[in-house]
Design a protein around this ligand. Structure first.
Ligand SMILES: [Zn+2]
Ligand SMILES: [Zn+2]
Length: 253
């Protein structure tokens, strides 16, 4: 199974996963043009993507979903609540065929199963994902709110993970954000800090081979700081960082 982060962060999220016969996109926070061009850079054709699966209704995850559906014929998979919330705050345009899933339920693409995990983040009906192709399990865990029991169990069950490591607590508290935004980000329905994320990895199962740190804040974090915090707490694990402005390499599990 291969993962390519096309972009990760509050300026837009879009993650590509391919395995067996399934080619999947998770979130549509970058333009259709960018997603198509970045996939083409890896020799992948966006019009061959089987489904676009949306994690939650925030703009950095959903704003371009309609374009992917209209321009490239990508089927949209989303919960009813997330779609209703997204349509009330963004103009997604015509969406074509939409497949609804239930938060906590699974989606099937041939032999590949995508499990969804409800999150306490402040979206209307947010989920994270585990992609299981029968050989490996890959987690895509961002916009998490806080570390909760099901997330720990989910992390123990995966072979690789793209995991949120959003902010450094000192940078956030001493940074330029208004107080309400600082409270929201650090609160139980916001994002995981580098420390929370690293401590979650510390409780990993024996099968976890690599972690790609994602959804890093541009104001309150740096890739170097996130990696340093993680490596202070965890050894013996391969780390990568998903870029805020463009794609990383192909990560295989
Ligand atoms: Zn986000
Ligand atoms: Zn969010």
């Amino acid at each position: 199974m291969n993962l390519i982060s096309l972009q990760s962060g509050s300026n837009g999220n879009c993650i590509y996963v391919e395995t067996g016969d399934a080619r999947l996109l998770f979130d549509a926070g970058i333009s259709g043009k960018q997603a198509a061009a970045r996939l083409a850079g890896f020799g992948r054709d966006i019009s061959r993507v089987d489904a676009l699966i949306i994690s939650h209704d925030h703009a950095d995850h959903v704003r371009c979903a309609g374009i992917y559906a209209r321009k490239f014929g990508v089927r949209l998979c989303v919960t009813e609540k997330t779609l209703a919330a997204a349509c009330s705050s963004h103009d997604l345009g015509r969406l074509g065929d939409v497949e609804h899933f239930r938060s906590g339920g699974s989606l099937r693409f041939g032999d590949v199963r995508v499990e969804t995990l409800p999150t306490p983040h402040d979206g209307a009906d947010g989920v994270s994902f585990i992609i299981d192709d029968g050989v490996s399990r890959l987690g895509i865990f961002t916009d998490l709110g806080h570390v909760y029991g099901d997330l720990e169990s989910a992390l123990e069950s995966v072979d690789a993970v793209l995991l949120e490591s959003n902010y450094d607590p000192d940078m956030l508290m001493n940074g330029p954000y208004p107080r309400y935004l600082k409270s929201r980000i650090a609160g139980p329905r916001g994002h995981l800090s580098n420390i929370e994320s690293a401590e979650l990895i510390a409780r990993r199962g024996s099968r976890l081979r690599w972690a790609c740190l994602g959804h890093l804040s541009g104001e309150n974090n740096t890739p170097e700081l996130a990696l340093r915090t993680h490596r202070t707490i965890n050894s013996g694990i391969e780390y990568h960082v998903a870029g805020r402005y463009g794609p990383g390499g192909i990560l295989t599990v």
